[in-house]
Design a protein around this ligand. Structure first.
Ligand code: SF4
Ligand code: SF4
Length: 273
C-alpha cells in the first residue's frame, strides 16, 4: 500500500506574493519536493479549493483586516506545523508603517471612497494571532532557506537556517566594511543573514530586509551611528522599511504607542518559536 504523502498548504495574507514566487522559483528542487508531498492548497500555482488538514502550512503576509484574523485561526486549526515566511508574516511588512501613524489618514490619501475599506488600524505578524512553529525571515525569503526548511521537515530533522548577522557573511566574502572604511551606515551588524550580502557587495549599506538577527543590540548600533554623526532621518529611514515593526527596529527611533508595544510579541529571528 502506498504511503500517504505529507500535505502542504501555502497561504497568503497582506503581502506582495514575492515569498510564494521564491517557492515557485525553486524550479528543480520544487519538482523533487512536489514528488514527495501533496500540494493541498496553493492558489499561486493551483486552483484547488481550501479543504482538509495540512501537515505543513506555509503562511505569507501580515494580518491587516478583521476577516484575516478569522482565516489565520482556521488555518492554525487545520495545520500540524505552521511556518511563517517573509517580512510581512514575521514582522508585519512594509504595510506596518501604518502602525506608527493614523491609518485613516492613509485611507483618505489613497482611496477615493475610504468608507468602503474595511481594515485594521495595524498590520501585525502572524505570531501576534496564533502559535507559530517556525519563522523564515527575508523580503523575500531565501529560496535555499525554503528548500532546507521543507526538506528538513520531511526528514524529521531541525532545519539548518543560520541565525548570525550579515556582517559575518560580509567578512567571509572579504568585502571592505562600508561604515568603517567609507562612513556609510549599514545595518549588517544587526541584520539576519540569508541574502548573500547583496547590498554591501554593491557598495550600498544593508537596510535590514532580513530583519533583526538573533540577540542583536539594535540600540547599541543606533547610538554608535548617532555618535558618528549619522543624521536621525537617515537612521529612521534605514530602520523603517520592510521590518519596521520587528522588535528592536520598531523602538529604535520613532515613538510607538504604548498599548501596541505591550500587545505585540513579534518575531524572535529565523528559527523555532
Ligand atoms: S559593510 Fe556592513 S555588513 Fe559588511 S562588515 Fe561592514 S557593517 Fe557589516
Ligand atoms: S538589505 Fe541587507 S539583508 Fe537585505 S538584501 Fe541588502 S544586504 Fe541583504
Amino acid at each position: 500500500m502506498a504511503t500517504k504523502k505529507p500535505r502542504i498548504g501555502v497561504f497568503k495574507f497582506a503581502s506582495c506574493d514575492g515569498c510564494q514566487l521564491s517557492l515557485l522559483d525553486c524550479e528543480d528542487e520544487l519538482l523533487a519536493i512536489a514528488d514527495a508531498v501533496e500540494i493541498g492548497y496553493f492558489l499561486e500555482a493551483t486552483r484547488k479549493p481550501l479543504t482538509g488538514e495540512f501537515d505543513i502550512a506555509l503562511v505569507e503576509g501580515s494580518i491587516s483586516t478583521p476577516e484575516q484574523i478569522e482565516q489565520i485561526h482556521d488555518i492554525r486549526n487545520r495545520s500540524r506545523m505552521l511556518v511563517t515566511i517573509g517580512a510581512c508574516a514575521t514582522a508585519g511588512g512594509i504595510q506596518a508603517l501604518r502602525n506608527f501613524a493614523d491609518v485613516r489618514e492613509f485611507l483618505s490619501a489613497v482611496y477615493a471612497s475610504p468608507e468602503y475599506i474595511d481594515t485594521l488600524k495595524t498590520s501585525t505578524p502572524i505570531a501576534d494571532h496564533v502559535r507559530v512553529d517556525f519563522e523564515l525571515r527575508g523580503c523575500p525569503v531565501s529560496k535555499h532557506h525554503l528548500v532546507e526548511l521543507i526538506s528538513a521537515t520531511l526528514a524529521g530533522r531541525r532545519p539548518n537556517i543560520p541565525r548570525h548577522s550579515v556582517c559575518i557573511d560580509c567578512k567571509r566574502l572579504g568585502l571592505t566594511c562600508l561604515p568603517v572604511a567609507y562612513g556609510i551606515p549599514c545595518l549588517g551588524p544587526i541584520t539576519q543573514s540569508g541574502c548573500g550580502v547583496i547590498c554591501p557587495s554593491y557598495h550600498r549599506g544593508c537596510y535590514g530586509c532580513f530583519g533583526p538577527a538573533h540577540r542583536t543590540n539594535v540600540q547599541g548600533l543606533v547610538r554608535a551611528y548617532q555618535s558618528a554623526g549619522v543624521p536621525e532621518e537617515t537612521l529612521d529611514l534605514l530602520l523603517h522599511t520592510f521590518n519596521a515593526w520587528a522588535p528592536g527596529f520598531r523602538e529604535s527611533t520613532r515613538s510607538v504607542p504604548e498599548e501596541l508595544l505591550s500587545r505585540s510579541t513579534g518575531p524572535g529571528g529565523s528559527g523555532e518559536r
